[in-house]
Design a protein around this ligand. Structure first.
Ligand SMILES: C[S@@+](CC[C@H](N)C(=O)[O-])C[C@H]1O[C@@H](n2cnc3c(N)ncnc32)[C@H](O)[C@@H]1O
Length: 261
């Protein structure tokens, strides 16, 4: 990727090309809607409570938690195009009175201290300075409030090729489950729990089809793959080899913790 392209990306607040998020359609985290449901069960949320969805992407989780659980939602994302997509989804769903989408950085949340009941973060901490974001989450939460995160998790020590794929090409910094739990505990959360899963292609595909429909999902994948920045970065022998290792070495972890009373 040339410097001009990466400078433009940074100006849009994108750590990785937007097209990558698009390749999977409207949800962009491992485990899809099934993982979101499990994460939701780890984080109690009552109707009318204020939920913060950090790195909301296309806004799918924000809309479904508003609709299914009656939450008021502030959805934040640093990417201009993600914010535009999420605002469009909120408007089409008729949820403008319940979900507010704000362009903001996870390291500097647009929330008063102690104002939020629950925070959901799906596949975002890996792109951030995770300790700083978790400190911000703790600041924003009310005492007793919950945080739930779904993050890429190492299942075994990564090979050098895989590390390069994660760090250089995807801008991802991840840990084993113990490492993630330690970060939550160091940020001051208590009752920290983790549930780690392998990637399951069938689950992932079923989620994409449930969310986007088969046609919508295939169209999103084709749009992503037609992006020159993705083709040059990913479709080469080194990356395809690393991608094969990815499936056996990496899964996802659901992490939940509570701010002490
Ligand atoms: C893999 S996508 C996940 C989107 C959504 N949470 C989901 O699971 O469908 C990562 C999202 O995090 C956003 N993001 C990355 N770094 C961020 C930051 N520092 N602050 C806010 N959002 C960020 C990206 O713009 C992108 O929309």
């Amino acid at each position: 990727m040339g410097n001009d392209q990466s400078a433009a990306r940074q100006a849009r607040g994108e750590s990785v090309p937007f097209a990558i998020w698009q390749t999977g359609g409207a949800t962009e985290h491992l485990g899809g809607i099934y993982a979101t449901r499990r994460l939701r069960q780890m984080c109690p949320l009552r109707p009318g409570q204020l939920l913060l969805d950090i790195g909301c992407g296309m806004g799918y989780t924000a809309c479904s938690l508003a609709r299914e659980h009656g939450a008021r939602v502030v959805a934040v994302d640093s990417g201009a195009r993600s914010v535009a997509e999420a605002r469009g989804r909120v408007a089409r769903a008729g949820l403008a009175g319940q979900v507010r989408v704000v362009r903001a950085d996870a390291h500097d949340l647009p929330c008063a201290a102690g104002s939020v009941d629950c925070v959901i973060v799906e596949s975002v901490l890996v792109f951030c300075d995770a300790p700083r974001v978790l400190a911000e989450v703790r600041r924003a939460l009310k005492p007793g409030g919950f945080v739930g995160a779904n993050e890429l998790t190492l299942l075994k020590p990564p090979t050098p090729e895989l590390l390069r794929l994660l760090a250089e090409t995807l801008s991802i910094r991840t840990f084993a489950s113990d490492g993630w739990r330690a970060l939550f505990a160091q940020a001051g959360f208590v009752d920290v729990r983790a549930a780690v899963s392998r990637m399951r292609l069938r689950e992932q595909l079923a989620s994409h089809i449930a969310v986007d429909g088969l046609g919508g999902y295939l169209a999103a994948a084709v749009r992503g793959l037609a992006d020159a920045s993705i083709l040059s970065a990913f479709i080469n022998r080194r990356m395809l080899k690393a991608a094969r290792q990815y499936a056996s070495s990496v899964g996802y972890g659901l992490y939940a913790g509570r701010k002490p009373l």
